[in-house]
Design a protein around this ligand. Structure first.
Ligand SMILES: [Fe+2]
Ligand SMILES: [Fe+2]
Length: 355
């Protein structure tokens, strides 16, 4: 394969001499069938790429932060393992009447799920994309500085996966609370289903767009847990370490999207653009199946479990929260003209992410 081909195992668009599309017979055919209302192809803007991880050696948690060690006496002093407002089922009256141990179990299991979510996100979704960028498989024009940043990103994400797993082990040992059993997080189930429906050649590219979405969303957990003094110190510090790294990753992936989107061509933008709001929701929607499983481990009737779930996760509240969490991501898409295509703007509207 020439230096200017894109590895079909990776971003999967076999185009000699040009990134992601442009000129291949298959793409040309797709382009002819693009919707009539799709905007005319705009020339890709000149690249003005700068490193977003320039001071990585002095700032990255893997370089400068210590291992976070759980202090066992903090729980006895009244600290919790997770921000209570982020575990709404734990404060539901039907759970509260079971006593404080029920809420404790639900909070610890929510922490486990968050840590598992993080580990799977880093290793199953972000790292493969970062590796493609680092190895120059995401386009021949990709500036070298972006490739160099991507090596740092790979390192960060592996570290985040490690320290999440490490914290889960420490908390399990200290509390004696076992996990409910292995599950695949909802975002990954959804991502797999979406990618299965795509032509094989577009699946890696879809993963690249999912990474842009997930790395630019600002989750409530990253914002709230570090500031919450009710939470045990090591968990707060670990989430703060992660949030600091992710601030830099957000800048990197915003820049990457600015490189990628204009180079996709009309047909790919029309095909993959409607997935962007789906990716936002896939990432943010509550994963009710494992919460139900945790609730079923408590002395509750099946109908009580469903009542707790329904009343703790009202859909209207979710939509408002999703729009807030996606503010940066939606601005990024607007800045790069995603919403200029009426079909894509409609897709965001249909998903409740736009008025
Ligand atoms: Fe991360
Ligand atoms: Fe990241």
């Amino acid at each position: 394969m020439s230096r200017f081909s894109i590895n079909t195992e990776c971003f999967d668009i076999p185009v000699p001499g040009s990134p992601f599309d442009l000129g291949s017979p298959r793409r040309a055919a797709l382009g002819n069938g693009a919707p009539a209302h799709a905007p005319a192809p705009a020339p890709a803007p000149p690249l003005a790429i700068v490193s977003k991880l320039a001071h990585w050696d002095e700032k990255a948690s893997v370089r400068v932060k210590p291992r976070r060690i759980l202090m066992r006496d903090e729980e006895a002093q009244g600290k919790t393992f997770f921000t209570p407002e982020l575990v709404p089922v734990a404060s539901h009256p039907l759970v509260a009447r079971l006593g404080p141990e029920a809420a404790r179990q639900l909070e610890v299991k929510t922490l486990y799920r968050y840590l598992d979510f993080t580990t799977r996100l880093e290793l199953d979704a972000i790292s493969p994309v970062a590796a493609d960028i680092a190895l120059g498989r995401a386009g021949p024009e990709l500036p070298d500085v972006m490739r160099q940043d991507a090596f740092k990103l790979c390192t960060d994400e592996a570290h985040h996966a490690y320290f999440s797993d490490d914290m889960k082990r420490q908390v399990a040992e200290a509390t004696g609370i076992a996990e409910d059993g292995p599950t695949t997080p909802r975002f990954l189930r959804r991502l797999r289903a979406i990618r299965r429906d795509l032509p094989r050649a577009e699946r890696r590219l879809a993963l690249g767009l999912f990474s842009v979405v997930s790395e630019t969303l600002i989750s409530g957990i990253l914002c709230q847990v570090p500031r919450d003094e009710r939470v045990v110190t090591s968990v707060r510090e670990m989430v703060a370490d992660h949030a600091e790294d992710e601030g830099r990753h957000s800048a990197f992936f915003s820049q990457f999207f600015g490189y990628l989107w204009p180079r996709l061509g009309n047909s790919l933008r029309a095909e993959l653009g409607p997935l962007l709001p789906e990716f936002i929701l896939a990432f943010l929607e509550p994963d009710t199946a494992p919460i139900r499983r945790s609730l079923r481990g408590l002395p509750l009737q099946p109908d009580e479990v469903e009542t707790i779930l329904a009343e703790s996760h009202p859909p209207a509240q979710f939509t408002a929260g999703a729009r807030e969490a996606a503010t940066v991501t939606l601005h990024l898409f607007e800045r790069h003209g995603v919403m200029d295509d009426p079909r894509l703007a409609d897709a965001f509207r249909e998903h409740g992410l736009r008025d």
